[in-house]
Design a protein around this ligand. Sequence first.
Ligand code: UT7
Length: 324
Amino acid sequence: MTIRAVVDAVGHYLPERVVPNSHFESFLDTSDEWIRTRSGIESRRFAAEDQTTSDLAVLAAEEALQKAGMSAEELDGVLVATSTPDLTFPSVATMVQSRIGMTRGFAFDVQAVCAGFIYALANANALILAGQAKKLLVIGAETFSRIMDWDDRATCVLFGDGAGALILSAEDGSGTNSDRGILSTDLNSDGRHKDMLYVDGGVSSTGTSGKLRMQGNLLFRQAVEKLSFTADTSLSKVGLSHEDVDWIVPHQANIRIIAGTAKKLGIPMERVIVTVQDHGNTSAASIPLAMAAGVEEGKIKRGDILVSEAIGGGLAWGSVVLRW
Ligand code: UT7
């Protein structure tokens, strides 16, 4: 008998304000056409001025709890993947913990930028397999609009705000790839590439939160290779091949990276969940938001094999294979 971390439910929250590409044409030398063709993005959501990352995370968590028919008191822990916390500390996770009415268990944030949700899922899975927790809430939540340099057309048109949440429960499995739940994970980082994507401020350097800086074309060249390799690694760990994959649920940074990775994996775009056109790049929130969209659109069904992969600042990248 093997313990598996099985998905009970997914929830999401997107801020109300929809920002189309045309918004940026009014103050930057850019165009809807450039943004669409280079990134696949048509619009994104921006949080209201008084909305913080924990506000978004709580709304996604509440939807997931409601869909699971579960009360917050049943949870053993909360993990929040974010690089845009409300405060330097305490963690967003402890804020969510109190606001959903959970008074026991543990809560902590995971910071692996755009790969954050993959890292959080892998950690949640490890905690469940180690018998440390039976039910976990895993959230990806971001307000990247707060770290944009609005004069930098190469970055500020790409990112958006949002949150997605999964509830994972320990269940007995057979130990084979026919089990539901997380089947394998693969995590990687290479700190030598820090300058490709970073924020130019922080507590112990400038004392400010800083703005995002990215050498997008350098990162682009790394992305497809690393993402397809990590997806292959996770699949081969559990004896699955490309033909077994029902859905790729990728990090949503750029449609060209998503399509290039799918092509390299030999998986047609009909089996890829794509939300980048409506969400932009929501960093750690993008995968759970795409999972929520895939379920809502009736695409992802119980028993389907999903592979999720992401890459971002660090560089940090990785993948998860799970049976929904
Ligand atoms: O989620 C974290 C991981 N992030 C990523 O994976 C992002 C990876 N990178 C990308 O998605 C793409 O590299 C971008 C969408 C960021 C850029 O696309 P690109 O095809 O790599 O374009 P580029 O950076 O090579 O820029 C091409 C041209 C440049 O002009 P010149 O030097 O050729 O004259 C840029 O200055 O496009 C220019 N440009 C723009 N033009 C109009 C850059 N941003 C804009 C803009 N509007 N917003």
